[in-house]
Design a protein around this ligand. Structure first.
Ligand code: GLA
Length: 400
């Protein structure tokens, strides 16, 4: 079903553009954030993930200029930044601007010369809640830069390029899930992604389920350093298992037959490897339950994932545990677990659509009672991947 985009969603970006650059925009791109339904800390182990894009976006309103420079303004930040199109990586810019800058660097490295443009960025996607606002910013930036420069990358290549920008230019060692979700997801569906082969398929969530994002309101402290540490521990577990004679290239290759060997690893490698092995199986189980229209079975699978992340992978927090419990106790909750890298951020819940408001009220109250804190909870839909929203009339393609 085609859905008409609603231009009031990106008014903030267009208004900011008009204020800062004193001109009208010629194109607007929007890229969604994501929640991961299940498959946590598996992407960088070549494993399986099941994210869904959410109906919260980073919007970029833009217009070509003839200055040979990219000039950027963002509603969430004071600074106005710019970089030259012929050497985009040169200036040292504030962190938020390094994401679009990195995309420009990678496009140029691919032989795509970017035309100069002015752009304003605004978002209705919370930043720092583990909903992939950085991937959304990268993907929206790529769409704008391609369109401005009369190029259109195939969506998968756009996702890979954005991920390379984040890892190699910004310096965040993330996996491939977020950029793929922001680029390839379909409305009403979760995206089953094999992070080794990059094969995807779209799994319908069904008409009765809504997605609830239950943000603990706690900044993701330690997220950077602990994330890198977990990656290292996974690499160390692979090395140890190979020394022990297992022919594996990554933890993805472990099967249930390997469990006895995994159990003999030293701590914490034993528990780290066990999480990845069991989590991959839970992704397959979740996909099967959704595809066979049996969402009731998801409760146990999501809860097992949460426990594994809490006890084996050690990336949960007191607040995430409390939010997951509060969500599970709330009416209409089908399943709930922490989502994203952890150490703060949000819980994802699948909720009976008809009970959505009652769920939100009860889960918020349950979290308040358990922690004394205010969470930020909202219902959302599984959304379509990133798109050029305005600007088609100018003859510029989206690449989709
Ligand atoms: C972050 C990363 C992803 C993924 C998750 C954990 O969101 O950006 O690539 O590793 O953590 O599943």
């Amino acid at each position: 079903m085609a859905v008409m985009p609603d231009p009031t969603r990106w008014t903030a970006a267009v208004d900011l553009f008009t204020r800062v650059f004193d001109a009208h925009t010629t194109l607007v791109a929007g890229a969604p954030g994501r929640v991961n339904l299940i498959g946590e800390h598996t992407d960088y182990n070549d494993g399986l993930v099941l994210p869904a894009a959410i109906d919260r976006h980073v919007f970029i309103a833009a217009r070509r200029n003839d200055s040979g420079r990219v000039r950027l303004a963002a509603s969430a930040f004071e600074d106005r930044v710019e970089f030259p199109t012929d050497d985009p990586g040169r200036p040292a810019l504030p962190v938020w601007a390094r994401y679009p800058q990195g995309v420009a660097v990678k496009l140029r490295a691919r032989g795509i010369s970017i035309h100069g443009f002015d752009a304003a960025i605004a978002a209705d996607l919370p930043v720092g809640s583990g909903l992939s606002s950085s991937a959304a910013l990268e993907v929206a930036s790529a769409l704008v830069m391609e369109a401005i420069s009369d190029h259109a990358l195939p969506p998968r290549e756009r996702a890979l390029l954005c991920r390379a920008a984040e890892v190699e230019f910004v310096g965040v060692p993330s996996g491939i899930m977020d950029q793929f979700a922001s680029t390839l997801c379909r409305r009403g569906h979760a995206l089953f992604l094999d992070c080794r082969s990059l094969e995807t398929h779209h799994i319908p969530l069904g008409a009765t389920l809504a997605i609830a994002v239950c943000d603990t309101g706690m900044a993701r402290v330690l997220a950077g350093s602990a994330y890198a540490q977990r990656r290292q521990e996974c690499a160390d577990a692979v090395t140890a298992l190979r020394k022990a004679g297992l022919k594996i290239a990554s933890l993805r290759d472990l099967t249930l037959d390997d469990v006895p060997r995994v159990e003999r690893l030293p701590e914490p490698l034993r528990r780290r490897a066990r999480h990845v092995l069991t989590e991959d199986a839970r992704v397959v189980e979740t996909a099967t339950l959704l595809e066979s229209g049996q969402p009731g079975g998801l409760r146990d699978v999501f809860s097992a994932s949460h426990r594994s992340l809490r006890d084996d992978y050690e990336v949960s927090s007191r607040e995430l545990d409390a939010m997951a419990e509060a969500a599970l106790d709330a009416p209409g909750c089908v399943a709930a677990r922490m989502t994203g890298a952890g150490f703060g951020g949000a819980v994802v819940a699948l909720v009976q659509r008809a009970a959505g408001d009652a769920f939100l009220a009860a889960a918020a109250e349950g979290y308040r009672r358990r922690t004394g804190r205010e969470g930020r909870l909202f219902l959302t839909e599984a959304a379509e991947g990133a798109k050029l929203l305005e600007g088609r009339d100018s003859g510029l393609g989206t690449g989709d």
